[in-house]
Design a binder for this molecule. Structure first.
Ligand code: FAD
Length: 519
């Protein structure tokens, strides 16, 4: 018999260990230090401190092993970075992620062919780019008066800065060229600017990318009442009457099943697996899994003109160079796409053999489009067919509407204009990535102001009709954002965590005063 490594009872059970679950752990550690907190993550620990970004792992072999260990059922499959040409129409995941093997597109629909997930301590936050723009215009959640204060707190937790690449030689030039194209009719807030990034530099200059480890911070790591359990699949949220009362889980190392009682449960298991877990628990509000939205992504590449090798960004490699940077063309309601412009240290398309690329001189342009929201776009679950983890398998229903096609068309025209503005395009045609590529899935456990069938949770992220059950992650965002969503979902997690802290502290006060009265 293997020993039970889990507690019988805690105050808060947190499912998942990505940035949003980490935000709950951090805020609770700060505001309710007496609360006993257990965090359960189905994937393994892959980095140190737990949740740290894999880009901070210096040794390439160790980094690749950490990525593979995050790929759950997809581990070992070819990724977009695998050697060899990516064939058109081939579904390949980003390193550290895995794709749905089936159910990703219903007949006659667009589907989400490259919907991806990560299973590891730190979740996708161990693999992300760290772009943390604030939402603007219709992206914002109008009914949250405290949204800006919450976003500021999320920036603190994620360690967001616009300064990390300020010494880099070329981004300023890129921004000037982009600004000349788009800034004319924009107020300051919506003009071209450095992308806020979750990254910092060590005193000796090395870049450190924020993951869930930074969000948890020392406050969580030093909290004796907090424990993280990896390789632990939560199979069901338990309820006592209507209220959340704990979780049922399986220890993935032994296969044994356990129950842990909890006064509050937080599910931050990503925008596909959070509704899956609620479904598996028999918690099935009308809006569960609906309003699923992904940001259609249009990409293009240009080469900066007149860049000397001496201005370049160091040795060529793969992806974003240390010395280059990320620029931001903000979303506006009039132009509903969000621009993430990154200098690359290698060309994304093959160039002639005798054509040396000055690292940092290739500019990768990406526009993410806001979706036309529909309740019909949804993830459904099949109780009869288990997935790799034994949970109800997913079936995606997803269509791009006429309005979506129009926005994508406008984004294509805009990206070509931007590409010409920054330099010489490598190819005249922009490329529309397959749906799901954004890795920003939202809406499936959306927040609302009333339990009217169009939302799953309250503005505090507490599931309607299930007191004590909170949902976290991009699925909670009710608006159609085009900007990268993690900052916003961490902000929403801060609000939920404060609510739990308030509940726990109030009941602690009450039990202390009861004890005094009975003395
Ligand atoms: P996740 O980080 O996905 O974590 C969820 C965790 O829950 C996972 O570890 C999973 O294993 C676990 N889990 C699921 N089900 C269960 C269960 N039943 N029991 C126990 N555990 C479970 N976003 C941005 O905003 N900006 C970017 O620049 C950006 N770039 C990205 C680049 C890449 C390559 C990738 C992969 C993602 C990127 N993202 C970006 C997306 C970003 O990483 C996610 O928005 C963010 O990680 C979401 O945090 P989360 O805590 O909600 O979920």
């Amino acid at each position: 018999m293997s020993a039970n490594r889990y507690p019988l009872e805690v105050d808060v059970a947190i499912v998942g260990s990505g940035p949003t679950s980490a935000a709950y752990a951090r805020i609770l550690s700060e505001l309710a230090p007496e609360a006993r907190i257990a965090m359960f993550e189905v994937g393994p620990s892959i980095s140190n401190p737990p949740g740290a970004h894999v880009k901070n792992i210096g040794d390439p072999a160790a980094r690749a092993a950490a990525q593979r260990a995050s790929e759950g059922p997809g581990a070992g499959a070819a990724t977009v970075n695998s050697p060899g040409e990516v064939k058109a129409g081939t579904r390949q995941a980003r390193p550290g992620t895995f794709l749905l093997t089936e159910g990703y597109a219903a007949d006659g629909e667009d589907g989400l062919p490259v919907a991806a997930m990560s299973s590891n301590v730190g979740g996708m936050g161990a693999h992300w780019t760290g772009a943390c723009p604030r939402p603007g215009g219709a992206e914002r959640i109008g009914f949250l008066d405290d949204l800006d204060a919450l976003l500021a707190e999320a920036e603190r937790l994620l360690g967001v800065t616009t300064q990390a690449f300020e010494q880099a030689p070329l981004p300023q030039k890129v921004r000037e060229l982009l600004a000349a194209q788009v800034d004319q009719d924009r107020v300051a807030e919506y003009r071209v600017q450095p992308m806020p990034l979750a990254v910092h530099r060590r005193p000796e200059g090395q870049l450190v990318w924020s993951g869930a480890d930074v969000v948890m911070g020392e406050a969580t790591r030093n909290n004796e009442n907090f424990t993280l359990f990896d390789n632990s699949l939560v199979r069901r949220v338990l309820t006592d009457g209507a209220a959340a009362s704990g979780v049922e889980l399986s220890d993935q190392l032994t296969g044994q099943q356990y129950q842990v009682a909890a006064r509050c449960v937080v599910v931050g298991a990503d925008a596909l697996r959070t509704p899956q877990l609620l479904w598996a628990s028999g918690i099935r509000p009308e809006a569960l899994g609906r309003y699923l939205n992904d940001q259609a992504q249009v990409v293009f590449a240009s080469r900066l003109r007149g860049v000397e090798a001496s201005q370049g960004a160091g040795a060529p490699g793969a992806g974003l160079s240390e010395q280059s940077g990320v620029s931001w063309v903000p979303y506006t309601d009039e132009e509903p796409f969000h621009g993430q412009i990154m200098q690359l240290d290698a060309s994304p398309v093959p160039l002639a053999d005798d054509d040396p690329v000055v690292p940092g001189s290739i500019v990768g342009l990406g526009l993410f489009c806001a979706k036309d929201l529909s309740a019909q776009d949804r993830v459904e679950f099949d109780d009869q067919v288990p997935d790799f983890y034994g949970m109800p398998s997913m079936r995606i229903h997803y269509r791009l509407s006429e309005a979506d096609h129009q926005v994508i068309e406008r984004a294509k025209q805009q990206i070509v204009r931007l590409g010409h503005a920054v330099g010489d395009p490598l190819d005249e045609r922009p490329f529309v990535m397959p749906p799901g590529s954004s890795l920003h899935y939202q809406g499936t456990t959306r927040m609302g102001t009333a339990d009217d069938g169009t939302s799953v949770c309250s503005p505090d992220s507490e599931v309607w009709q299930v007191p004590g059950l909170f949902v976290a992650g991009n699925g909670v965002i009710p608006t159609a954002t085009a900007c990268n969503p993690t900052l916003t979902s961490v902000a929403l997690a801060v609000r939920g965590a404060r609510r739990i802290a308030e509940k726990l502290n109030n009941s602690l006060l009450m039990s202390k005063s009861d004890n005094r009265m009975s003395e």
